[in-house]
Each structure stands twice: as structure tokens, then as C-alpha cells.
Design a protein. Structure first.
Length: 433
């Protein structure tokens, strides 16, 4: 019997989502797999707690229900569930297991997870999946894309570039994290908070803290994207029958981070190695493909020299060419106009490196990410699958638009969410108001 410990953290507002994720986890496990499931809850009533315990136990798994502790890390001023997440090593310091899998409540588990029991962490503190959107949008930006979907990620990419990560492509999603408790117990600290949190002003603070913590401890082990597949990778899948079909993806090492190998040196945050580990990685990189890192001094000088002209043009454009728009957005002074131009320039130059010599490599990674799509496989095709080239999706992550917000949407996430919620057969009296 394979046994794996898992943990959810949930308040009453996401009770239905927790039930649905649990239903998917339990329905798709093998008979030879057993889960010990810890649930840290907030404001669940006794009937809801009792139903969860019974539902888990009827699938031959162990339920451990705990109320969320109060103010574990008050100095960070984070939400209660975020504090619990960051304090998991302390909470499970005495757990008789060397690992535990954290799942967000907006995940749907589509396969058995027993392979994680024997996963080799390669001395890393976490096993994670890199952030699909950040990986793809950043490569699009480096490829010169001005698409509005890319511009929508500029702010968070700019913030990630301020984090002490080796590369933006190191940034991982925190919806699925396999924690190496054995490794974490050897550290002096019992939380997942970096040693230095100064300057971490981030719109998603717990994600930033976890990413920086992993970097400070030597990086993370990157799992295949099938362990945390973004729902956008499956938007085109239609007519999926959860009780019959399988969701599959092609194996492509360029579509995301895999293992522990560092990204190419030309995609690092800094143009020179800042540690012995980075220096060794740089030395091992392809010497004939040395990056051309210019810091764009000439371009910056040109931008600055044109700043006044741009400001004048901006005023003229607002005042004369579009008088109706000028009435709504007309700057009060030339200083405001200059500030607007400066913001535009800052958005334009997310990086100071010249990536032109590596355009083909970047494009190859970008196309692999864009073409990384899931597809439906029906039972009559199972015997013909070459599992060396494709793999089954383990966990689908409903990032962004949530299937419970639009139950009429014709999407795979909605289909799966409704299927597993129905499978749970939760009494109506236990549904949150």
C-alpha cells in the first residue's frame, strides 16, 4: 500500500471547492493507494466537519481535521490561510512522513498521485511546477510581443524581476507544492519565510515568499506541468466525459522548467554570476553562445533625449487632436506628461539585456509553451498510446476564471467541477449560504 500525506487549507467561503477537489482526489486514486488528508479549516460548522471525515474515510483514507491556528506569523500581516501555509514545516515537524503535498482548493485531481511517494527531491526543499502564464508571457515579451494579454502581465513580471531569483523563469505556481519535510527539518528555521524579507513588496506576498525561500535554499525541483496544468492549456477540449476519457499532454522539455537544471545563462536576472553555483552553471553553458548584455545605454540616452519632445507631443495630442479625450485625461502640467512618458518607457524596457543573439532559442521555448495543449483521449485509443511521448494530466488547476462562477460555461474545468461535485453528493443543508 502506497501512502501519501496531503494538506488543504480552507475557510467557509471555499467549502464547496474543497469538497469538489477532495472528490476528484479520492475518486481517481488506486485501490493500492492511501491518503492521509489534513484539512486546516476556518468557520466550518460541526456537520460540515463530520461529513468531510465520513467522506474521506469511506474511501479508505485517513482524515485529520484541524482549525486554523491564530496568528502564526503576525509580523507578516498576511491572511490566516497564508500564514498556515508558510508555517507548515513547523506544524508538521513531528509528522511521521518525509513529505507532504499541499493542494489549493481550486485544483482538480485527475489521476492517482502515488508516484510522488517515491519522488527523488534531489536535495531540494520543494517539488513544484513553474508558473505557466509567467513563463509564456515573459518569453513573449522578450520576443517583442506588444499584445494586450502580454501587457496585462507587465506589472507582475516587473515585480518578479525585483525578487532575488536567478531568472523570471524560475518563478513557480504555489497551488501545488510537494514539501520535502526531511530537508526542511535540517534547517535552522521552521517556517517557509526567507531569512530577509525586506523589499518584498509584492501583489502576491505568499507566492513571493515561497519563491524567494526556495531560491535561498538552492532552488526547487520542477515537476512536469501535468502535476499543475493551467486550465488555459485545456480550453479547446470539448465533449469530455470524466468517467471515461483521459486528459493527456505531449511531453516537451522546452514548454516549462523541468528537474533542477538552471535556465540558460542569458536568461538570468544578472549579467554576471553572483554566487559560486551560478558561476559553475555559467562555465558549463555553451561558450559559443555568450550573451550580449549591453544595459541598453544608447537606447536609454535616446529615450531621455526624446522625453521633452514626447511630452510636448503628448500635450498636443491631448489638447488638439482629440479634444473630447483631452477634457477627461488632460495633464495639469508638462511634468505630468513627462511622468506618463516615463511610465511608458519603463513598461517598454522590462529588461536591460539585449536578447537578439538568442532570438531563435527564445522563440523555440516560446512556441513549445504556446503549443503545450491538453487533449481528450477516448478509451478505444488507450492501447495505442506511446507513453514515452505523452503523459496523463495529474492535476488541473483552475487559475483565473473559476468554474463555479459560471456554471453554464462550456469549458473543461466547468465540466469536471460539476462532475466531481455531483460525485461527492453533498447534502444541500451543508452547502454554504
Amino acid at each position: 500500500m502506497q501512502s501519501l500525506s496531503l494538506v488543504y487549507i480552507c475557510d467557509k467561503n471555499y467549502y464547496l471547492q474543497l469538497v469538489t477537489s477532495l472528490a476528484s482526489l479520492l475518486k481517481n486514486k488506486k485501490s493500492t493507494t492511501s491518503y492521509t488528508i489534513f484539512i486546516f479549516y476556518q468557520d466550518f460548522n460541526p456537520q460540515q466537519i463530520a461529513w468531510l471525515k465520513h467522506f474521506i474515510q469511506m474511501h479508505n483514507c485517513i482524515a485529520r481535521m484541524r482549525p486554523m491556528p491564530l496568528e502564526l506569523l503576525p509580523e507578516l500581516k498576511l491572511a490566516r490561510h497564508e500564514q498556515v501555509l508558510l508555517a507548515l514545516p513547523q506544524i508538521f515537524a513531528q509528522l511521521n512522513s518525509d513529505r507532504i503535498l499541499y493542494l489549493a482548493t481550486d485544483t482538480l485531481v485527475l489521476d492517482d498521485l502515488s508516484e510522488l511517494v517515491s519522488l527523488d527531491f534531489q536535495d531540494k526543499v520543494f517539488a513544484v511546477v513553474n508558473d505557466y502564464h509567467i513563463y509564456q508571457k515573459y518569453l513573449l515579451r522578450l520576443n517583442g510581443s506588444q499584445h494586450q494579454t502580454v501587457r496585462g502581465f507587465l506589472e507582475i513580471i516587473a515585480q518578479i524581476k525585483q525578487l532575488p531569483l536567478q531568472s523570471v523563469l524560475d518563478y513557480f505556481n504555489t497551488g501545488v507544492i510537494l514539501l520535502n519535510l526531511a530537508k526542511l527539518r535540517t534547517l535552522e528555521q521552521l517556517t517557509l519565510v526567507p531569512q530577509d524579507t525586506s523589499g518584498l513588496d509584492f501583489m502576491q506576498p505568499s507566492r513571493a515568499l515561497l519563491n524567494v525561500f526556495a531560491q535561498q535554499q538552492g532552488g526547487a525541483l520542477y515537476l512536469a506541468p501535468s502535476y499543475n496544468l493551467h486550465q488555459d492549456c485545456a480550453w479547446q477540449v470539448k465533449e469530455f466525459k470524466p468517467a471515461r476519457d483521459k486528459l493527456m499532454v505531449n511531453i516537451n522539455s522546452l514548454a516549462s522548467r523541468l528537474g533542477t537544471q538552471a535556465v540558460p545563462a542569458y536568461l538570468w536576472q544578472a549579467p554576471t554570476p553572483s554566487s559560486p553555483r551560478q558561476a559553475k552553471a555559467l562555465e558549463a553553458s555553451n561558450a559559443s553562445e555568450q550573451p550580449s548584455l549591453t544595459f541598453a545605454q544608447e537606447q536609454s540616452q535616446q529615450d531621455n533625449s526624446l522625453l521633452a519632445l514626447h511630452a510636448t507631443t503628448y500635450n498636443r495630442y491631448q489638447n488638439q487632436e482629440l479634444p473630447a479625450r483631452a477634457q477627461a485625461t488632460k495633464p495639469n502640467s508638462e511634468q505630468q506628461a513627462r511622468a506618463q512618458v516615463a511610465i511608458d518607457l519603463q513598461e517598454k524596457e522590462l529588461t536591460y539585456q539585449d536578447y537578439t543573439p538568442h532570438w531563435h532559442e527564445i522563440k523555440e521555448r516560446l512556441l513549445a509553451s504556446i503549443n503545450y495543449r491538453a487533449y481528450r483521449v477516448t478509451p478505444n485509443l488507450f492501447t495505442y498510446l506511446d507513453m514515452s511521448k505523452i503523459e496523463e494530466v495529474k492535476i488541473l488547476h483552475c487559475v483565473g476564471s473559476k468554474p463555479w462562477h459560471n456554471p453554464q460555461a462550456n469549458t473543461l474545468a466547468t465540466t469536471l467541477y460539476q462532475f466531481y461535485l455531483k460525485y461527492a453528493n453533498l447534502p444541500l443543508a451543508l452547502c454554504p449560504n
